[in-house]
Design a binder for this molecule. Structure first.
Ligand code: ARG
Length: 569
């Protein structure tokens, strides 16, 4: 597919002293179509060239060789150079590319040979898989898939919270009252109860707290009882978590959680010691970060046990060595911003190529709030994710019973729509914003929602089914798609790869989610304004092909967000 932006950048670069890449970066896609398809702002050059932007623009325009195949006209408006691409060029390029690439549409080679680690989901063993982990799973999953589509080699890691002082508590509680609870039947709930109970006891009795701390130390030292109980908690918890992953259809390349690094921390501690970075502080060992205006990073606690941060440092070293990452991305709530700042700072002192420490990226996201009532994590009154996802499915079933009671495969379709609605809702806004969890909003089939996008997709499917064929690209007369409604879709489809790149670069899946809504809405207008089936053959074929292309891109895009498309609904 001809890259118009690059092409324009090349032309401009022949007229001024500025590298092609920089020009390409400056080129924008105007929000208002009347301002052209691409536009180049000349303000940035004004200072350097000591000329008014308008004048610079005029001069560039004079010097550019116009090639009617690719540029129809250039206009100078308020210091901008606006470029208009001939509709024919768009239509031909996009549809030919769709025909060539099909499911691979939007794939790129920019990532070839590069490794990206995505650390996401990471629930904590023996605790409920809560809605914050849903966000991490969904956002991380989308980032993973987007990078993959762009040609990167991705390694998805579920850095399970399967280690730490809380296990000392849990072991203590289990030792005391394990037989009073039905841990095997209902592990997470029962372990949560034990955890709440032991926590309360710790608050009353300092010596119990001490016992708990020692248990974790014993676990680190491989005490058989502690290891056995811990393993049991882990196995039972993973079985529970798997139910959620099955519903979401998420997979990981690695399940190495915090415990995996238990024997890899001494090396890290040694490295820091050698560089004289470890300092005693109130009995603990810390790395001072006061020159970075941060509290110290605790590496070893008073009783010699390690910390969450130490495990993250060991994980960085391990991932650098084993995955040779070009970038390591961490997806957690914004509560952990400081933690990652500290860890990334200390990582600069590990014995590894400095490129690794420079390419650690924390991708924080906001909290989830129920429209009615809050979600607490500490006291045990949390909403379980599995229940929540099942509720989404049941709500969709109820809607379908009303609207389309005779639908076949209702269960499977409701699953795709219900889960898709939850995922889409999670991804529709900039991730740092707090999310409001409201059933009515996310299940509105006419809103900017997952179900709406799926509904439009199903439309494209049923149109093609009704026609009984998908035309071949050779059958398509491109000149039949030059009306505004068709062109709007064509241009959106053209931009798909660019959208993926933006989303990857900013770690913002919402850019894809919003794009898909725009595409769905554009198709809806096209469909309302244009007759498709029953038109003269050439027009029908052209429009059917565009229908096919739209459905294809909707499906690819939804897939990148982790959303499946039903074939009917
Ligand atoms: N288990 C942690 C939590 O639930 C998230 C882990 C994120 N990943 C990491 N490498 N620290 O908050």
């Amino acid at each position: 597919m001809v890259d118009f932006k690059q092409n324009i950048a090349e032309k401009i670069s022949k007229t001024i002293q500025l590298p092609k890449e920089t020009i390409e970066e400056y080129i924008e896609i105007p929000a208002d179509e009347k301002m052209g398809d691409f536009s180049f702002p000349c303000f940035r050059l004004a200072k350097e060239l000591k000329k008014a932007p308008q004048m610079i623009a005029e001069e560039i325009k004079e010097k550019i060789e116009v090639d009617q195949e690719i540029i129809e006209k250039i206009e100078v408006v308020n210091g901008y150079l606006n470029f208009y691409i001939p509709p024919k060029a768009y239509i031909q390029n996009v549809l030919q590319e769709i025909a060539n690439k099909k499911e691979d549409y939007g794939k790129s080679t920019i990532g070839n040979g590069k490794n990206i680690v995505v650390d996401y989901s990471a629930p904590n063993i023996a605790k409920p898989f809560h809605i914050g982990h849903l966000r991490s799973t969904v956002i991380g999953g989308a980032i993973y898939k987007t990078y993959q589509h762009l040609g990167y080699h991705c390694i998805g890691i579920n850095h399970l919270g399967d280690y730490g002082t809380q296990f000392g508590k849990l072991i203590e509680g289990y030792k005391r009252w394990g037989n009073e609870y039905h841990v095997d039947e209902n592990p997470i709930d029962e372990l949560t109860k034990i955890y709440v109970r032991i926590n309360n006891l710790c608050k009353e009795d300092e010596s119990v707290l001490e016992e708990c701390r020692n248990n974790f130390k014993k676990l680190e030292d491989k005490d058989p009882y502690c290891v056995e109980v811990w393993q049991k908690f882990r196995d039972l918890s993973l079985k529970e978590f798997q139910k959620v992953y099955d519903l979401l259809q998420v997979q990981f390349d690695s399940w190495n959680g915090e415990a995996f690094y238990s024997d890899k921390m001494p090396e890290v501690i040694e490295m820091l010691k050698k560089k004289n970075l470890l300092m005693p502080s109130e009995g603990a060992m810390v790395v001072d970060l006061s020159d970075k205006n941060m509290p110290p990073c605790i590496i070893e606690k008073t009783n010699g046990s390690t910390t969450y941060a130490t495990r993250d440092l060991a994980a960085i070293l391990y991932r650098a060595r084993n995955y040779d990452f070009d970038k390591a991305i961490y997806v957690t709530s914004y509560e952990q911003i400081l933690h990652f700042k500290q860890v990334f700072e200390v990582a600069k002192f590990l014995d590894m190529d400095e490129k690794y420490a420079q390419n650690l990226v924390h991708v924080p996201f906001g909290m989830v709030q129920l429209k009615d009532g809050k979600m607490s994590t500490r006291e045990g009154n949390v909403i379980k994710l599995e229940d929540l996802l099942n509720e989404a499915i049941h709500r969709v079933e109820a809607i379908m019973d009303e609207k389309n009671p005779n639908l076949e495969n209702k269960e499977e379709i409701a699953k795709k729509i219900g889960i898709g609605a939850v995922i889409f809702n999670d991804l529709y806004n900039s991730r740092i914003k707090d999310e409001i969890f409201d059933w009515d909003t996310m299940l509105n089939f006419n809103g900017e929602t997952g179900p709406y996008m799926q509904y439009i997709y199903v439309r494209t499917k049923s149109l093609l089914e009704k026609a009984g064929y998908i035309p071949t690209i050779e059958q398509v007369d491109f000149s039949k798609l030059e009306d505004d409604f068709s062109l709007k879709i064509i241009k959106l489809i053209y931009n798909f790869e660019d959208i993926l790149k933006q989303s990857a670069q900013k770690y913002e899946p919402y850019i894809i989610a919003r794009y898909l809504i725009n595409l769905a809405q554009a198709f809806s207008s096209f469909y309302n304004e244009n007759k498709i089936i029953g038109e003269v053959k050439e027009v029908q074929d052209a429009r059917l092909y565009l229908t096919y292309a739209t459905g294809l891109v909707l499906k690819i895009g939804a897939g990148l967000l982790g959303i499946q498309m039903p074939d009917r609904m």
